[in-house]
Design a protein around this ligand. Structure first.
Ligand code: SF4
Ligand code: SF4
Length: 701
C-alpha cells in the first residue's frame, strides 16, 4: 500500500515538475522566436569539434585553472549524479531493486560515491570562493548561490539515503559504498523503522530538490545548461566577423519598416538572443574588459543580463506568456506583470522603454574597444561585440548619434580617405622619407610593363602618421632586401573602412569597400600584405562578404616566412630585454600569435619576456573600435594601464605589430615618464635594425 501511494505521489509531483520545466523552456523559445532568423552554415565537423573541446573538454573554463577544475568536477559530477538519482528513484519506488548494471554495479556505486564526495568538496570550495574569498567577478546574494545549495543537498541526500539503505539491509559495511558504509556505521544504533522513515525523508528531499532544480534551471542563469551547448554549436565560424547589412529595400517597403542596426530587442538575431540565456553570469568577460577594468561604464556581462531581462519583459508583453513559473507563485512580479496585462496595454508600457537609453546606455556602447577579450574569456561562446556594434549601427545610422570626435574622423575618411582629413593627394608622400627604398606604385610598374605579387596596403596610419611612416619604410626596405615583388596603390589607396564599420557607420563602410574592391579588381590584386592588423582582418574576413577574396597576410607573417626561407637574415645583435604586446585584431581576431614572437626570437641578443597578460588574454591598447579617434574621459587611460603591465616585466623595449598599438603604447611610456628608458618599436623595425646592422646604425628608442 505504502509503495503504491509513494508511486502515485512520485508520478504526480514528477509530471507537474516536468510540465513546469517544459513551460519555462517553451516561453523562452517563444521569446527568442521574436528575433530575426539567423543564417546558419552547417560546418558540422568544426561545430562538433567545438562541442567536444568546449562543452565536454571545458577548454575555456580551464583557462582559469582554479575555477575551471571546480566547474569540471561539477559538470561531470552532475552527469554521473543523474545515474545515481535514477538508481535512487528505483530504490525508493521498488525496494530491493537498483539500476541493472549487473556485475559492474558495485563498481558504479563505488565510483558514484567518490564523485559525489568530490562534488561536495567542489561545492564547499565554490561557496568559499564566492562568499568568503569574495572573488570580485562573482555575484553574491541568495540567488547567486542557490545552485550550490541544490547541488549540496542532492549530494548529501544521496549519500544519507544509501547509508540508511545499508542499515535497512543490515549490511553495515561494504567496500563498494565506502561513504554510505561510514554513515551506516555511525547510525547503527537506529531501529529499523527509524532507518526506513529516514530513508524516505532523504529520498523525498532528493526527489523534490531535483524537481525544483529542474523547474528553476530555465528561469535562472542555469538556463546555460540548456542554452550553452546550443550556443557553442551555432557560434560564428570567423570570430568577431560582423554581419553584412543589406541596404537594398523594395520600393514599396513602408518607411517605418526600414531600419538599420538594432534599436529594439526583437531586432537582434535569434542566435544573439540565445546568448542572453546562455550567460552564466560568471563575470569572466567583465574581469578582462579593458573599459570595465579601467573604471569606465561598460560591463559585457551586464550587457547580456540587462538584454535578457529586457527580452523577458518585452517577450511577456508581446506573447502574453509568463516567464516565471508556476505563474501563480510569481503573479505581478517582474515580467509576469506584463503577461497578466491586456496585450495592448502591456505593449504600450514596454514600448515606452527605449532599449538604447533606458536599458543600455550610449556611454556603454561607446566605451567598447571591440577587443574581443570578453568573447575569448566567455565559456559559453557569447559574442558581445556583434551586439554592441549592432546597437551602434542603430545609433549612428537611424538616430545620427555619434561622439563628435568619432564623427570628425568619419567625415575626414569620407572626404579625404584618412581620419585626419589630410589631402588625399599627399597620401603617397611617405615614400619620399627614404628614397633609397624602392616603393613602386601599381601604375608605375604597369608603365614599365612589370608586375607585382603583393599589393602593399600601407594604411592611413602608415601613409600619414609620422611615427608609423617609419614602420612602412622599414617594411618596404625588408621586402626589397628579400626580393618580394610588391606595389602600392599610392594616392589611389583609401581607408580600409574598419574604423567606419566598427563605429557603426555601415553605410560609409560599404561605400568604401565597394571602391576598394573596384580598385583591387582593376589592378588584378590577388595577394595583399599590410602592416595594419585592422586592414588585415577586414580584408581577410569581411571583404569576402562583398565579393572580394584575396590571400591576405600580415607583415609579421611575411617577414617570418622570409626568415625561414633564408631570404632575410637577422645578423646584428640587439642587446635589449623586450616584451611583445599582442594586437587584438591580429591575435584574438586572427590567431596570429607566433610569427611576431618567432621574428624576435630569431634576432641575436634579444631577450624576449612575456607580460602576465599575453596572447589570447592580452589587454587591448585602447585604440580599437574607432576609439583611437576619441578622447577617454573617465577612469584610467587604457593605454597607460597596458603600458604599466609591460613595465612590470622590466623591459628596455616594448614591441608591437600594429601602428595603432605602437602609438598607444608609446603614449603610455610618455605618460609614465619612462620613454627615455623604454623604447617602443614595431617588430619590422627591430628586424630591420638587425638585418641591416652592417650598413646602418639607428637609435632604437
Ligand atoms: S570587446 Fe573588449 S572593450 Fe568591448 S566589451 Fe568586450 S572586453 Fe570590453
Ligand atoms: S557573457 Fe560569458 S563570460 Fe560574461 S558573464 Fe556571461 S557567461 Fe560569463
Amino acid at each position: 500500500m505504502f509503495i503504491t501511494i509513494n508511486w502515485l505521489l512520485f508520478l504526480v509531483v514528477t509530471l507537474y515538475g516536468i510540465y513546469l520545466f517544459a513551460r519555462a523552456v517553451a516561453t523562452r523559445v517563444a521569446f527568442i522566436r521574436l528575433g530575426k532568423k539567423t543564417e546558419f552554415d552547417l560546418a558540422l565537423k568544426e561545430r562538433l569539434k567545438d562541442i567536444v573541446t568546449i562543452v565536454f573538454g571545458q577548454s575555456k573554463l580551464l583557462k582559469d585553472k582554479k575555477s575551471g577544475i571546480i566547474h569540471v568536477l561539477m559538470f561531470y559530477g552532475f552527469i554521473l549524479v543523474q545515474f545515481g538519482a535514477i538508481d535512487l528513484f528505483i530504490k525508493g519506488l521498488a525496494p530491493g531493486k537498483h539500476l541493472p548494471f549487473g556485475p559492474v554495479y558495485p563498481a558504479f556505486t563505488f565510483f558514484q560515491e567518490l564523485v559525489t564526495l568530490a562534488v561536495l568538496v567542489a561545492v564547499v570550495w565554490a561557496f568559499y570562493r564566492r562568499y568568503i574569498e569574495k572573488l570580485v567577478r562573482l555575484k553574491r546574494g541568495f540567488y547567486a548561490g542557490i545552485v550550490l545549495l541544490f547541488i549540496g543537498t542532492l549530494m548529501l541526500t544521496v549519500l544519507l539515503s544509501n547509508g540508511m539503505l545499508l542499515l535497512i539491509d543490515g549490511t553495515i559495511s561494504t567496500a563498494s559504498q565506502p561513504v554510505a558504509s561510514a554513515i551506516a556505521f555511525m547510525f547503527q544504533w537506529l531501529p529499523q523503522t527509524a532507518a526506513i522513515t529516514l530513508f524516505y525523508i532523504f529520498w523525498w528531499i532528493h526527489t523534490l530538490t531535483i524537481l525544483v532544480f529542474l523547474v528553476y534551471i530555465p528561469q535562472s542563469k542555469h538556463a546555460h545548461l540548456i542554452a550553452a551547448p546550443i550556443n557553442v554549436f551555432i557560434s560564428k565560424r570567423v570570430p568577431g566577423k560582423l554581419e553584412k547589412l543589406d541596404f537594398d529595400f523594395d520600393e514599396d517597403t513602408p518607411e517605418d519598416e526600414i531600419a538599420f542596426g538594432v534599436g529594439k530587442v526583437e531586432d537582434f538575431e535569434r542566435r544573439q538572443m540565445l546568448d542572453f540565456y546562455a550567460c552564466v553570469e560568471c563575470g569572466r568577460c567583465t574581469s578582462v574588459c579593458p573599459a570595465s577594468t579601467t573604471g569606465k561604464v561598460l560591463s559585457p556581462m551586464d550587457i547580456m543580463i540587462k538584454l535578457r531581462d529586457h527580452l523577458n519583459e518585452k517577450g511577456a508583453a508581446i506573447t502574453g506568456k509568463s516567464p516565471w513559473v508556476p505563474a501563480y507563485a510569481f503573479s505581478g512580479k517582474g515580467p509576469n506583470k506584463y503577461a497578466e496585462m491586456g496585450r495592448n496595454e502591456a505593449v504600450e508600457q514596454i514600448s515606452a522603454i527605449q532599449m538604447i537609453g533606458d536599458v543600455i546606455s550610449v556611454e556603454e556602447l561607446e566605451n567598447c574597444t571591440t577587443c574581443r577579450n570578453c568573447e575569448d574569456a566567455c565559456p559559453v561562446m557569447n559574442e558581445h561585440v556583434g551586439h554592441i556594434i549592432d546597437m551602434r549601427r542603430h545609433l549612428v545610422m537611424m538616430e545620427g548619434r555619434i561622439d563628435p570626435e568619432a564623427q570628425r574622423a568619419l567625415t575626414n575618411i569620407e572626404r579625404q580617405g584618412n581620419p585626419w582629413g589630410l589631402s588625399r593627394k599627399d597620401r603617397i608622400k611617405w615614400r619620399e622619407l627614404d628614397e633609397t627604398v624602392s616603393i613602386p606604385t601599381v601604375k608605375e610598374l604597369k608603365k614599365e610593363g612589370e608586375t607585382f605579387e603583393y599589393l602593399y596596403w600601407v594604411s592611413s596610419m602608415g601613409a600619414f602618421d609620422n611615427r608609423s611612416q617609419r614602420i612602412a619604410i622599414d617594411f618596404a626596405k625588408l621586402m626589397n632586401e628579400a626580393g618580394v615583388k610588391f606595389a602600392i596603390l599610392g594616392n589611389r589607396e583609401m581607408n580600409s573602412g574598419d574604423t567606419a564599420r566598427r563605429l557603426g557607420n555601415e553605410f560609409l563602410f560599404q561605400e568604401i569597400a565597394e571602391k576598394n574592391i573596384k580598385e583591387f579588381e582593376k589592378n588584378g590584386v590577388t595577394k595583399i600584405v599590410t602592416i595594419d592588423p585592422h586592414a588585415y582582418n577586414i580584408f581577410k574576413n569581411e571583404y569576402p562578404d562583398f565579393g572580394f577574396e584575396a590571400e591576405v597576410v600580415h607583415h609579421t607573417q611575411m617577414l617570418y616566412d622570409l626568415i625561414k626561407e633564408g631570404r632575410l637574415t637577422p645578423k646584428g645583435r640587439i642587446e635589449e630585454r623586450i616584451t611583445y604586446h599582442d594586437s587584438c585584431y591580429l591575435g584574438r581576431y586572427n590567431d596570429v600569435y607566433d610569427p611576431p614572437r618567432a621574428i624576435l626570437e630569431a634576432i641575436p641578443g634579444l631577450e624576449v619576456v612575456e607580460m602576465k597578460r599575453t596572447r589570447d588574454n592580452a589587454m587591448c591598447c585602447g585604440a580599437g573600435g574607432g576609439l583611437m579617434w576619441m578622447e577617454e574621459t573617465t577612469g584610467q587611460r587604457i593605454n597607460v594601464a597596458r603600458t604599466e603591465q609591460a613595465i612590470e616585466v622590466n623591459p628596455s623595449m616594448i614591441s608591437t605589430a600594429c601602428p595603432f598599438c605602437l602609438t598607444m603604447i608609446a603614449d603610455g611610456t610618455k605618460a609614465k615618464e619612462v620613454e627615455n628608458d623604454i623604447g617602443t618599436l614595431d617588430v619590422a623595425e627591430i628586424l630591420a635594425l638587425s638585418v641591416f646592422a652592417e650598413t646602418e646604425k639607428r637609435n632604437v628608442s
